[in-house]
Design a protein. Sequence first.
Length: 285
Amino acid sequence: MSQKGAYSAIEIDDDELQFQSFASSSNSPSASGNISSSSSTPQPRPTGFGVAGTFDPHRSIQDQTLAKPIWSVEYYSKFFDVDTAQVMERCLASVIPKENFLDIMSGSPDLYGPFWIATTVVFVLFVTSSIVESINAYIDSVPYSYDIGQLTFAFGTIYTYAFLVPAGIWGATKYFGCQPDLLEMLALYGYGLFIWIPVAVLTILPSDWLRWGLVVVGGGASGLFLVRNMYPVLARAEAQTSKIILILVIVLHAVLSLTLKYKFFAYSAVIGQPATPTQPENPSS
């Protein structure tokens, strides 16, 4: 058929063909063959990982854990739902603060980074102090045995500072109406410990002045990181109350820095003095 339009044969009667057009003037196809849009035309479904209603692995895990009881392991899985890139970004942001750390977390604080950072700091402190003490024992030609008490002390100190201290600060700020977030507080203290990993490694160098400098740099950087990110939360309370809590945060951080210096970074490699040979006694005549 050479005519344009849509036709369909619907009836054959007495050798006469009747045709009926189903094309309308308002919704007729154009000459180019394009189909015009209509309200009844089904729209394609949006695609992509960032579109609501599509597959989102993070949202799927969080939605599944909402219905879990608080005493179940599945309930806490949402607090560990981060990847390596996110953890590394947050670790670097704690050392080189270019922007507010809470903005970097984007309302999704985690416990994965704080837990493993605190655990790493514990073992690095124990290993580095044991290495230097073993070197001292070798130089002095004395036997050396590992002090497991060092590991226990490091474990108690770091885990107390990483989890119990922020929980206490959170309770104090919440009591005075600051409305903080417990997970964000734990994340701040946990990621703030990251700088002590390279500091502990560098304190192996046999220079007490260098160790003091590293402790000052590490303590100052991590303390500034805490104060900078906690001040907007503390500012919601009264001026006097916020100052007291801020001073408490600084004092506790200074106590941690000095504890690490005198308990783990106070060693020094000293070469033992050779024993003075004794003169043989002359036999009495």
